[in-house]
Design a protein around this ligand. Structure first.
Ligand code: SAH
Ligand code: SF4
Length: 358
């Protein structure tokens, strides 16, 4: 595995779309125009990108637009193959891609009345990063999603489960895959989904979670529109982090911390730090103290999410006892940190963090 040069790896092959044609759902209005769009390109883009105007799960295009699109692009969407509802209101969806591979997304409504929805979405089929507590990591990498597949995943799920407009939608790239290992397609998808003529989701309502691919963090820092960044820390010494998260052998904790200083935080912008609590591995008081020391000036004003390990058959790690989780959380709070213990949603249908497998 050569994490330093992800662009050269075989899974960077574009998704096998129709006869090499790009997905219609990953094209920007100016690209539709350049391809010879017969009508107003913004209007056609809106028809494609606004699922609340669709009929029977497909955009209503009209004959001329359809003929044009069919000649220059692929109109197939990821198809919902399976939907499993959890008692907590979350729905895990398995989506089938054009080549038959499957990815998963999780739909999480937050309120019953006036529902707001957080959608947890995938960026790759599998993942190359090999974190030893993660079920997706155990799958290995199969391929990147194209931008059209990333967007199509959001549109398909919205068409089926809502919300009825994108003003109620928050996106987190915390499903399958390492988003920064697929940065070009990820960023094109973000440009499409933030476009005013389409979903028009503000970039500050899109969070990209990374295991710490520093080369990607440095590139994303300079990109526009720029989403929020979440960092999966999960260990507090290089020795321990390299053991559980191989990416740390390439970019250690010091390099990772420096990349956050170079991010150039805007006023009111916050980082999210995710920390999967693994019993007996990273849940000691000393870990909490080292975490605070590593955060340094970032210990205040940002969010720390403690995620008790979701146990699964591909890993021997366990969730710590409740008293340990509380003690770890209290220790961080005593240093002035803002801490949330995230009881992962959808546990009963294997939709919780690190449990998304084919
Ligand atoms: N690859 C990205 C995003 C997907 S993983 C990343 O690693 O950040 C989303 C989150 O699930 C990460 O914070 C990861 O640390 C966490 N996770 C992985 N396996 C888990 C498990 N078994 N239990 C709880 N959280 C897990
Ligand atoms: Fe990949 Fe994230 Fe799982 Fe690590 S935790 S293997 S980076 S999906």
């Amino acid at each position: 595995m050569n994490l330093a040069t992800p662009a050269l790896m075989p899974w960077d092959q574009p998704a096998p779309e129709k006869a090499g044609l790009p997905s219609a759902f990953g094209l920007l209005p100016e690209e539709l125009k350049a391809l010879g769009c017969p009508n107003n390109e913004d209007s056609l883009f809106s028809l494609l990108q606004r699922p609340w105007t669709w009929v029977d799960g497909m955009p209503k295009l009209g004959k001329e637009n359809r003929a044009f699109l069919e000649s220059v692009a692929d109109l197939k969407l990821p198809r919902i193959d399976e939907a499993l509802s959890s008692e907590d209101g979350a729905t895990k969806l398995a989506l089938k891609l054009v080549d038959g591979k499957r990815i998963e997304s999780v739909h999480m409504p937050r309120r019953v009345k006036n529902p707001r929805v957080t959608m947890c979405i995938s960026s790759q089929v599998g993942c190359a990063m090999g974190c030893i507590f993660c079920a997706t990591g155990a799958m290995g990498i199969q391929r990147n999603l194209s931008a059209g597949e990333i967007v199509g995943q959001v549109l398909s799920v919205m068409a089926k489960l809502g919300p009825g407009t994108s003003s109620k939608l928050t996106l987190v790239f915390m499903g399958m895959g390492e988003p920064l290992h697929n940065l070009d397609h990820l960023h094109r998808a973000i440009r499409v989904m933030t476009h005013p003529a389409g979903l028009n989701i503000p970039a500050r309502r899109i969070t990209v979670s990374t295991s710490g691919l520093v080369s990607g963090i440095e590139k994303l820092a300079k990109m526009q529109p720029r989403p929020l960044l979440a960092l999966s820390l999960n260990a507090t010494t290089d020795e321990a982090r390299s053991r559980t998260m191989p990416v740390n052998k390439v970019w250690n904790l010091g390099r990772l911390r420096a990349s956050l200083d170079a991010w150039g935080l805007r006023s009111n912008e916050k980082f999210t730090f995710e920390y999967v609590l693994l019993a007996g591995e990273n849940d000691a008081d000393e870990d909490a103290d080292r975490l605070v020391a590593w955060l340094g000036t970032l210990k205040r004003g940002h969010n720390i999410n403690l995620i008790p390990m979701n146990e699964h058959s591909q890993s021997d790690f366990h969730e710590p006892a409740e008293v340990r989780i509380q003690a770890f959380s209290d220790r961080l709070k005593s240093h002035g940190c803002f801490v949330t213990v995230r009881r992962s949603r959808g546990r009963d249908v294997n939709a919780a963090c690190g449990q998304l497998v084919k």
